[in-house]
Write a protein that binds this ligand. Structure first.
Ligand SMILES: NC(=O)c1ccc[n+]([C@@H]2O[C@H](COP(=O)([O-])OP(=O)(O)OC[C@H]3O[C@@H](n4cnc5c(N)ncnc54)[C@H](O)[C@@H]3O)[C@@H](O)[C@H]2O)c1
Ligand SMILES: O=C(O)C(=O)C[C@@H](O)[C@H](O)[C@H](O)COP(=O)(O)O
Ligand SMILES: [Zn+2]
Length: 361
């Protein structure tokens, strides 16, 4: 099948997102042609290293490139400064220098850690993204947000640092657990709500094809998400304005994710956050009940959670809300849907409405 290509146009930081089946085997020859680094550090978590580490190494070595696999323990609980410090020491001990480059082979956790590591190791070396979860293929590998969590909250340390290329091999999704596929689908639904009502309808119609990873539908879906993300990032790379719409569902979602001690995966927390903020939008009078129901129905259709688990401490959720980057001078900003395909940003949420929504109302 032909390759699909999406461009992220950012002047001298522009790059291509290549999407196709079987791409992992071709990464080496592309990197050789582009001459991005002398030696490549392939950063992967233990699960992905076991599944795809050898294939990635072989792709580079058969193109005559030097490459080494560097592994860290999987999971959001390891997306912190200590992992970055350990990986940086590992790079130094293995003799990586400013002529070398990194490859983020894995999900969003690997991409966020590796991008951050690439930005700060020797004050910056190039990196490329090879995303292996749906979430990382449609969202985290594109746009240059990198960083790690602190005990105080999600993604509180990081930098904007663009990759040199994104290679999306759709084949790797066949080993992804269903739970993780669903997590990615939450971010997919996000794009429909924030920008594209037709894409929202496409998702309503194609659930079975999506879950069975139908190649054409999958490629179309990933490409559309990447196009929307590229369109946003091209206009607002460093989140001065428009880019904040990509945080739809994340104000409450991030707080719920952290309050669950990361037992809830990011995408599922975002699904809960999108339903909560749709309810807030109805209470505020900017969204119709009908559109709020359509959002929740789609989330339920993709078997995602839609309410905040009863056992989560509401006060703890509120504490995390205040620690988030979306809070400025004590004002918490929310991305509210106004219709399917259109959102607005506001900090004008009444305490009673927030409390009611956090209680499930
Ligand atoms: N930078 C951004 O713009 C951005 C955007 C969205 C999310 N994020 C971040 O991304 C993270 C979530 O990413 P994620 O959902 O990919 O999580 P993840 O990276 O933890 O991957 C989920 C799990 O799937 C496993 N895995 C990965 N690929 C696999 C495959 N092909 N087959 C089998 N198992 C596989 C991993 O080992 C891991 O255990 C969060 O930290 C979130 O904050 C960042
Ligand atoms: O790329 C962006 O911009 C996003 O907001 C994408 C989100 O899906 C992602 O979860 C991001 O990491 C959230 O960023 P944060 O700045 O709110 O921590
Ligand atoms: Zn997200």
């Amino acid at each position: 099948m032909a390759e699909t290509v999406v461009t992220v146009g950012l002047d001298e930081r522009s790059y291509l997102i290549r999407i196709s089946s079987g791409l992992l085997a071709k990464i080496g020859s592309d990197l050789r042609e582009r001459n991005i680094g002398t030696k490549y550090g392939i950063i992967a978590d233990d699960t992905v290293a076991e599944l795809y580490g050898k294939q990635c190494l072989q792709s580079l070595e058969s193109a005559g490139l030097q490459a080494e696999l560097i592994i860290f323990p999987h999971g959001e609980a390891n997306k912190h400064m200590e992992t970055v410090a350990a990986l940086a020491s590992e790079l130094a001990q293995r003799g990586f220098d400013r002529g070398d480059a990194l490859i983020a082979l894995g999900g969003g956790v690997t991409g966020d850690i590796t991008g951050f590591l690439a930005a700060i190791y020797m004050r910056g070396i190039p990196f490329v993204q090879v995303p292996t979860t749906l979430l990382s293929q449609v969202d985290s590998s594109v746009g240059g947000k990198t960083g790690v969590d602190l005990p105080e909250g999600k993604n509180l340390v990081g930098v904007f640092y663009q990759p040199k290329a994104v290679y999306i091999d759709t084949d790797v999704l066949h080993t992804l657990p269903r739970d993780e596929l669903q997590g990615g689908l939450a971010e997919v639904i996000k794009y429909g709500v924030i920008h594209d009502a037709d894409f929202f309808t496409f998702l309503e119609k194609n659930k079975d094809a999506v879950f069975t990873l139908h190649q054409d539908v999958l490629t179309q879906l990933i490409a559309r998400c990447c196009e929307i993300k590229a369109w946003v990032v091209e206009q607002d790379e460093r989140e001065g304005g428009l880019r904040r719409i990509l945080n739809f569902g994340h104000t409450i979602g991030h707080a719920v994710e952290a309050a669950s001690d990361f037992q809830l995966i990011h995408g599922k927390a975002v699904a809960i956050g999108m339903c909560a903020v749709a309810k807030l939008a109805v209470r505020t009078g900017c969204l119709s009940e009908q559109d709020a129901c359509a959002i929740q129905d789609l989330i339920e259709r993709y078997e995602l959670p839609h309410s905040i688990p009863a056992e989560l401490d509401r006060q703890l959720i509120k504490k995390y809300l205040l620690n988030d980057k979306k809070t400025v001078a004590g004002r918490v900003f929310y991305v509210l849907p106004e219709a399917i395909g259109k959102v607005m940003i506001t900090d004008q949420i009444k305490k009673d409405d927030l409390d009611a929504v956090l209680q499930g109302g």
